[in-house]
Write a protein that binds this ligand. Structure first.
Ligand code: NCD
Length: 304
């Protein structure tokens, strides 16, 4: 059966466990997986800038023995000539076995997935909407440091309005029992109503006070203010440094709290925090490649 990953709910909790188990096996013995994707081709279709997501997808495919074609700039694809996105994807389906796609429009990956007859599509970010493979990376990190997904208090901090990694992580973590959220943002960048409505109101609180909120958290998930989604540059400049996590704020946090960030970071975490053992965002980035290797194998139905 043809499956896609467009948003976290496309996979059951059991699917997630299969992926984590597979990623663990890859981390333990990467050589064993070096030929699993021989003869397979990944289409890497990035209509928006990316460093970690694109390079981790491409490294993942090469490390599985497959190959990659694609582009990292919307200007070089035929959509720049006016071709519809779905026509582009229907064409790519004739050449490639699987596609990872990032696009500035919400719903772009979903729209394309509906036209596919044989090629799985992975949403590598659709506008301010969802980013399910970052969530896989985040969950690998949480599992590594916390050993569980249940009964955790997660602070989501920064741009909750436009942050697609935030929306996907919230949606996925809400599926686990006893998980509560603290939404930490300026008034202008609050979590949109449509996402809040997905969970019971007893499971979240909202604040703009990071220094106080940090005390109760198991996980603090920081995020960048999403400059490219703002209509007004002035508004962006006013809000961009609203939160800066520094050593002073970290003093209020528990010894076993962890700080996550999907990266790229701009100013929202002072570099002095990087040496705090609770700052695990660069470790987090490492998990990204292994979980994407597992995801490619899973969607292509391949075994080592
Ligand atoms: C995030 C994204 O693209 O949404 N980055 C990533 O994939 N690691 C976060 C961001 O750009 O702020």
């Amino acid at each position: 059966m043809l499956r896609h990953l467009i948003e976290p709910g496309d996979f059951s909790k059991e699917d997630y466990e299969i992926l984590f188990g597979l990623a663990d096996r890859i981390v333990e013995n990467p050589e064993k997986f070096g030929n699993v994707c021989n003869g397979k081709l990944l289409a890497s279709l990035f209509f928006e800038p990316s460093t970690r997501t694109r390079l981790s997808f491409e490294s993942a495919m090469y490390r599985l023995g497959g190959n990659v074609v694609g582009f990292a700039d919307a200007k070089v694809s035929s959509t720049a000539k006016g071709e519809s996105l779905t026509d582009t994807l229907r064409t790519v389906e004739n050449y490639c076995d699987i596609a990872a796609m990032r696009h500035p429009k919400e719903g772009a990956a979903l729209l394309c997935s509906k036209k596919m007859t044989k090629m799985p599509i992975i949403n590598a970010g659709d506008g301010g909407h969802q980013h399910p493979t970052q969530t896989l990376t985040d969950l690998m990190t949480i599992r590594h440091y916390k050993g569980k997904f249940e009964n955790l208090t997660i602070g989501l901090c920064g741009d909750l309005m436009f942050g697609r990694t935030i929306h996907s992580l919230m949606r996925q973590m809400a599926r686990y029992d006893g998980v509560n959220f603290v939404f930490i943002s300026p008034e202008e960048l609050k979590m949109p109503r449509q996402f809040k409505d997905e969970i019971d109101s007893s499971r979240y609180t909202e604040t703009d006070d990071l220094k106080t909120a940090i005390k109760d958290l198991d996980i603090l998930y920081m995020s960048r203010v999403q400059r490219e989604r703002f209509v007004s540059e002035e508004e962006y400049l006013r809000l961009k440094d609203f939160f800066i996590l520094d050593n002073d704020k970290m003093k209020n946090a528990r010894e076993d709290m962890i700080v996550l960030h999907p990266l790229p970071r701009v100013n929202e975490i002072a570099t002095e925090v990087d040496s705090d053992k609770r700052a695990v965002y660069f470790e987090q980035a490492k998990f990204g490649m292994y979980i994407r290797m597992a995801l490619i194998m899973f969607l292509l139905g391949l075994e080592a």
